[in-house]
Design a protein around this ligand. Structure first.
Ligand code: SF4
Length: 738
């Protein structure tokens, strides 16, 4: 490092692990990225993706100025021109079709942007549309719904307390590659190794022998989409063999008496064939879970992206409760985030709970969940004429043409819109359809606090990253763009006073939550504004906050700014009943909606196994589709391969390295075959987010090796009916050599 170099600290924005990075900067250029060894949460860990931050910032394809489409071609524009174009074209759509004529789609990177997380709700309120969609409904809504029903808030997800756990059962998740999802756990490898070194055991259930299975004690293949039967088999055994022990939670549960009867039909012997796991394994796992002093069951994307996603997600936590491991050290516990968690607000121990279906989508009548409709409904809401038809779209860091089922239909639908705005740093497969593209700052130009992931962290902490690099002149903050578009939607034009709007919105919030003290709080937060003011407010009024002077030494934004490697807030501690926000003040073990859905499960018990089904897979060097455009992550062996078992390769005439056709009815893609015994026979695995061969994009590196779009193969009409989540796992396909 030269004398002119400085070191900055930044939470990695590339995945849910949120590792702390140390970044050397020289003359506004990143010269080195490494893990921050003093980071209170990640202790120096990083994965290869982190190095891609430099590539992302320097990427010549990354948009640095707004684009407006003129006569079918994108031309560069000033920010004023871009906002003026939105002001010219968005209000007429609203005037003609009403608020619901505008739809919004939030993509996954939004969750790594403090500004977007805190101000998108302001835009949503200004728009007033019911047509809100996000990546959550092709990913995690089943878990949000199940914990919402059980514990009372959408993000009260219990996570394994891995540093004190002795027995970890993992389904449909690959934390060796992801470092946790809905479970923020950097350096899973190190923690798994430590777990086993102290005599603990890890068991993995997955249709692929994943990287996590490789470091586990035991791995069992499971038929994709059959996790619900496997979990029911274990739950049945707990009652059958009198292994249930609620322990401390006995006084805090409701619905317990209904469970034994509900699980009675699902003996391991009866469900074994359906899930392809021997009954003896289910019985043994039930005994191990019940017998372990500190154990947890954890399931993730494979357990959500299937037809029984919500029931499966529920059963995972039911097992944690029935074996006495929920809310116990070393079990599945509730993080206590320093800011923004609904389960630290309001009256402890009781709340309004969650409801769904307050309205439904226009075409398929899919119920609203958490204020959103299923992303798989977006195309039909655009391409089906009639009152309430979507005529304009605002996408925020989203690429649903690649990330949602039947992207080709969605792409055609986007062409029919009257107007589309994309807030995106790339001209990608989705934003190419926009009329205006507004590029946000690169993550290195943005201050950051993890609004979401502190709520899923295996250890409590508070960390803040100031911007590492200066912004280009004129580049607005994303919270300003959110307010600006909101003002345009409300008819205030392209030049509304954003500071006045920001003040008014916050004051409004404060009047609702703090009544007469609102003015005092506004004064105490000055001179901050925007996202940082909201962060300061949330920290100071949060569970570790200074309570505006009433708790001297408590957290403030200034306090976490003064700690570049973060502030440790200790291990997770038991939180029941305080964490609950259900109307009953209890853990709802048997929500009627979930018990009722068991009828659908029962009807599926005898479903025959298709000849071949498809699943996705997470890869170390990829998380979002745009990562395929970063040279440091794109290099090396081609990764968008269709993994098949050698027996399947033989019977289907597939050759390692050759191309295969994979079809699902009319839908068809071509992918390179990789033969591997890590696959369960009868299952093919293809990573998602590929298919960069569409015209009109500006992703030069990704286009060199475009890969195949898994989602082009999937059916947008297949959803878990409770959560609306897309069914991405276990879909029947046909496969043969090209
Ligand atoms: S594990 Fe995730 S957060 Fe950590 S360095 Fe890798 S990409 Fe970044």
């Amino acid at each position: 490092m030269t004398e002119q170099a400085t070191t900055a600290y930044r939470i990695c924005p590339f995945c849910e692990a949120c590792c702390g990075l140390e970044i050397d900067v020289e003359q506004q250029r990143v010269v080195r990225i490494r893990g921050d060894a003093r980071d209170v949460f990640s202790a120096g860990f990083l994965c290869p993706k982190a190095i891609g931050l430099k590539d992302l910032h320097d990427d010549p394809d990354r948009l640095r100025t707004p684009l407006i489409k003129r006569d079918g071609q994108f031309v560069e524009a000033s920010w004023d021109e871009a906002y003026a174009e939105i002001a010219r074209r968005l209000p007429p759509v609203i005037a003609a079709g009403g608020a619901n004529a505008v739809a919004t789609v939030l993509g996954n990177p939004t969750s790594h942007k403090m500004s977007l997380m805190l101000y998108f709700p302001r835009l949503a309120r200004a728009l007033g549309t019911r047509n809100m969609f996000s990546a959550s409904s092709v990913d995690q809504v089943p878990k949000m719904l199940s914990v919402g029903l059980m514990f009372g808030s959408w993000l009260s997800v219990p996570v394994p307390d891995i540093e004190r756990c002795d027995f970890l059962l993992i389904l449909g998740a690959n934390p060796m590659v992801s470092n946790g999802s809905l479970w923020t756990v950097p350096d899973f490898r190190g923690k798994a190794k430590a777990l086993r070194a102290r005599g603990g055991k890890i068991v993995v259930i997955d249709p692929r022998r994943t990287e996590t299975a490789d470091v586990a004690d035991t791995h069992h293949f499971i038929r994709p989409g059959a996790d619900v039967f496997f979990l029911l088999g274990i739950a049945h055994t707990l009652f059958d063999e009198q292994l249930v022990r609620l322990g401390r939670l006995a006084d805090h549960v409701a619905g317990f008496d209904q469970l034994e009867q509900a699980f009675a039909p699902y003996s391991p012997e009866r469900v074994a064939a359906r899930c392809a796991i021997p009954a003896s394994v289910m019985r043994e796992l039930a005994r191990s879970l019940a017998g372990a002093e500190r154990a947890a069951v954890y399931g993730r994307i494979g357990t959500c992206t299937q037809q029984f996603g919500t029931v499966t997600s529920w059963l995972i936590d039911v097992l944690n409760v029935l074996t006495g491991h929920l809310d116990e050290a070393g079990g599945a516990m509730f993080p206590k985030a320093a800011a923004f968690a609904a389960n630290t607000r309001g009256k402890p121990g009781v709340g309004r709970g969650v409801v769904t279906g307050r309205y439904a989508s226009r075409v398929s009548a899919a119920p609203e969940v958490g204020g959103e409709l299923p992303l798989t409904c977006l195309a039909e809401e655009i391409d089906t004429p009639g009152a309430g038809q979507v005529r304009a779209l605002i996408t925020v860091a989203a690429n649903p043409v690649l990330s949602a089922p039947n992207g080709p239909r969605l792409a055609r639908a986007l062409e029919q819109l009257d107007f589309m705005v994309s807030l995106d740093i790339y001209l990608n497969e989705t934003s190419r359809h926009a009329d205006v593209i507004l590029p946000g700052p690169s993550p290195l130009e943005d201050p950051h606090y993890d609004v979401s992931f502190t709520q899923f962290s295996h250890r409590n902490h508070a960390r803040y990253s100031p911007a590492v690099l200066a912004r280009a002149d004129g580049q607005p903050d994303e919270w300003q763009s959110m307010l600006r578009i909101g003002a345009i939607a409300k008819g205030l034009g392209a030049h509304a006073d954003l500071d006045a709007l920001d003040d008014a919105a916050l004051e409004d919030d404060l009047k609702r939550s703090a009544g007469d003290a609102a003015g005092q709080l506004m004064a105490a937060l000055a001179p901050l504004r925007g996202a940082e003011r909201m962060l300061d407010l949330a920290l100071r009024s949060g569970p570790y906050g200074d309570q505006f002077g009433r708790n001297p030494g408590g957290l403030t934004l200034a306090a976490i700014q003064a700690a570049p490697s973060g502030i440790d807030l200790g291990p997770m501690a038991p939180r029941i009943p305080e964490v609950l926000r259900t109307p009953s003040g209890k853990i709802e073990l048997a929500p009627p909606m979930l018990l009722d859905d068991l009828a659908r499960v029962a009807a599926d018990l005898a479903a025959p196994a298709p000849d071949m089904v498809i699943i996705g897979r997470r890869q170390l060097r990829s998380n979002n589709s745009w990562m395929h455009n970063l040279p440091v992550l794109a290099k090396g062996a081609f990764r968008c391969t269709a993994l098949v078992h050698p027996d399947d390769a033989l019977r289907l005439g597939l050759t390692d390295g050759a191309m295969a056709a994979i079809s699902n009815g009319e839908r068809r893609i071509e992918a390179q075959v990789e033969v591997s015994a890590e696959m369960m026979p009868g299952v093919v695995s293809l990573p998602h987010g590929w298919g960069h061969n569409l015209p009109g994009t500006r992703l030069h590196v990704a286009a060199e090796r475009p890969g195949a779009n898994l989602n082009a193969l999937l059916d947008e009409n297949l959803r878990d009916p409770l959560s609306g989540n897309a069914v991405l796992s276990g879909v029947a396909v046909e496969m043969g050599p090209l």
